[in-house]
Design a protein around this ligand. Sequence first.
Ligand SMILES: Nc1ncnc2c1ncn2[C@@H]1O[C@H](COP(=O)(O)OP(=O)(O)OP(=O)(O)O)[C@@H](O)[C@H]1O
Ligand SMILES: O=P(O)(O)OC[C@@]1(O)O[C@H](CO)[C@@H](O)[C@@H]1O
Length: 312
Amino acid sequence: MIYTVTLNPALDRTLVVDRLVEDDTVRIRKETYYAGGKGIDVSRVIRELEGHSVALGFVGGYDGSHLEGLLINAGVLTDFVRIGGETRTNIIVKEAETGRQFVLSAGGPEVRAAEIGELYHQILRLPDMEYMVLSGSLPRGVSPNVYGQLVLAARKKGAFVMLDADGEALREALNYRPHCIKPNRHELSRLVGRDVSSQEEILAACREIHRRGVPLVLVSRGKDGLILSGAEGPAIQAVGPAVQVDSTVGAGDSAVAGFILAHSRRQSLEECVRLACAAGTATAMTPGTELCHRQTVEELLPQIAVEVLPPQ
Ligand SMILES: Nc1ncnc2c1ncn2[C@@H]1O[C@H](COP(=O)(O)OP(=O)(O)OP(=O)(O)O)[C@@H](O)[C@H]1O
Ligand SMILES: O=P(O)(O)OC[C@@]1(O)O[C@H](CO)[C@@H](O)[C@@H]1O
């Protein structure tokens, strides 16, 4: 089974307005709620692509129940730890007239030590963990080394661990050697302490990370697709066709979902990167925090240019 972990889920409230104006009433034209947070997005995309996963993490209060209910309605399996604090709401405002989008991200509730302990023991007890995906920001009260501890617990159980995090949480977790990380260009730059942009710079940065014991690095590059670098074997690049982009929120999570789902289906690494790219591209075509549709992903798959890169 694939387990996703979202320590700081968010009820994503997407509002469409004509245009934001100062000193006047701005009428909301459309309002939609999504169960959000990066690991939860991964679970939603896996379900959309006809796979199964269980979403783990913390939910609390009425908004936490709302989020969980949305997932249940979408057919996503959940097993959250309930916390005393209230699940955060992130607000996404889209201006219909200009296409501009504003993402207001809340800090989230404070998680108590006992609640972290409960999640940790839940993970240790899981009988069938083949994959664990750890994604997103950390809530208050949780130490930056929490991902490291969860990586260690999952590795001890023989699971393949994929991590999508940033900053100190990512840096700390590298010491525990997740099997794969999914930084975007900015996260990779922060990780290696210099700006990386070109293909050569990305591959050099990935080699540094392999030397620290991480076998796979999947770098997402927005419209330029993805590069998968492996400690062994050649790097693989996938680039999607030019599409009409509406909102890229959740594109990175969709790429993680595509990669892990294909990997769990024992597909080749080329096919894993292809599905990652198709899912990310399809999500970029949907509005707000809406995620990819299966039919679009299937239409995109043959249009993804997958290339094995020459050794550097
Ligand atoms: N503008 C775009 N046009 C086409 N495809 C895109 C675009 N933006 C993203 N994608 C697809 O989605 C994948 C992941 O996007 P991106 O690199 O933006 O991840 P990210 O920065 O982690 O995103 P986020 O944090 O918003 O979820 C890309 O590798 C690409 O396949
Ligand atoms: O604050 P974090 O945990 O980094 O990201 C949270 C979030 O922005 O990520 C998803 C899109 O990737 C949204 O569903 C959610 O609001």
